[in-house]
Design a protein around this ligand. Structure first.
Ligand SMILES: Nc1ncnc2c1ncn2[C@@H]1O[C@H](COP(=O)(O)OP(=O)(O)OP(=O)(O)O)[C@@H](O)[C@H]1O
Length: 248
């Protein structure tokens, strides 16, 4: 069976600037992958490349065995790629429910299922988009992407700027989405402990290419290597045992 997603020595960037530099990566259906790395190494650019928003100059991108570069940008969502960029971009003048249904595609993910995943959105279903908190907007952006029934969901820093209690709620939903519902996922996230806890595998990007990959659980056991690869020091909280960023 071919991999669902396969990048082979992909070179891509913006105009003349090269950001992804011989980047190789594979993902099978049902897998979840955390894409880690320091600032500016090309994580968001990799997602943007999958959605056709960069200039691909070399290498091969295959999606379900087909050459992805031949799929026009406007057809990538229909081809099964769902993208939640950092900006979220929900419709402020539509209600939560209208946001969810305006472009929905029939499939496993429907209103009932996304409301079960995000009960808070069900409570707020009659509110306008611009009446939501940052965390609720992020939940809505993810739920709306799910309503397009993507085979693969691409999330770009979904936890950024959210209060710890909301991060916890969102992570619980993402965990259910991945483990119970089997949603395939690529997660770009600076909150490394959460990203590893949510995924099966991780890949570290450095200067536009994958330089390390591992099982996420195994990576969580090797915090020294994690610090070397992504420059994040984690330590277990004395009371809860939970991994937190070490303050320096
Ligand atoms: N739309 C764009 N046009 C031109 N250059 C861009 C664009 N987006 C990103 N870049 C450049 O590409 C490089 C990689 O950026 P990218 O956002 O992919 O990194 P990242 O690993 O996601 O970093 P961060 O964690 O800081 O978001 C950076 O040098 C950035 O300035």
């Amino acid at each position: 069976m071919p991999e669902m997603l396969e990048l082979e020595r992909v070179v891509a960037g913006y105009g003349d600037a090269i950001v992804l530099d011989h980047c190789s990566l594979q993902l099978a259906e049902g897998e979840s992958l955390a894409l880690l790395g320091r600032n500016g190494v090309g994580k968001s650019t990799l997602l943007a490349t999958l959605m056709g928003h960069t200039r691909v100059r070399g290498g091969t991108l295959r999606w379900c065995g087909e050459d992805l570069t031949r799929v026009p940008r406007h057809r990538r969502a229909a081809a099964g790629l769902g993208w939640v960029p950092q900006e979220r971009e929900i419709f402020a003048s539509l209600t939560v429910e209208e946001n969810l249904t305006v472009a929905a595609v029939a499939g496993k993910w429907d209103l009932r299922r996304v409301y079960a995943l995000f009960p808070r959105l069900h409570e707020r279903r009659g509110n306008w988009g611009n009446e939501l908190s940052g965390g609720e907007q992020q939940m809505l952006a993810i739920a709306r992407a799910l309503m397009l029934n993507p085979r693969l969901l691409l999330l770009d820093e979904p936890l950024e700027g959210l209060a710890p209690v909301i991060v916890e709620e969102l992570c619980a939903a993402l965990d259910r989405m991945v483990r119970q519902e089997g949603q395939s996922l690529v997660l770009v996230e600076q909150q490394v402990a959460q990203a590893l806890a949510l995924t099966q595998r991780c890949a570290v990007l450095e200067r536009g290419r994958v330089v390390h990959s591992a099982r996420s659980q195994a990576q969580l056991q090797d915090l020294a290597a994690l610090d070397r690869w992504v420059g994040v020091r984690l330590q277990a909280d004395a009371t809860t045992g939970r991994l937190e960023k070490e303050e320096t």
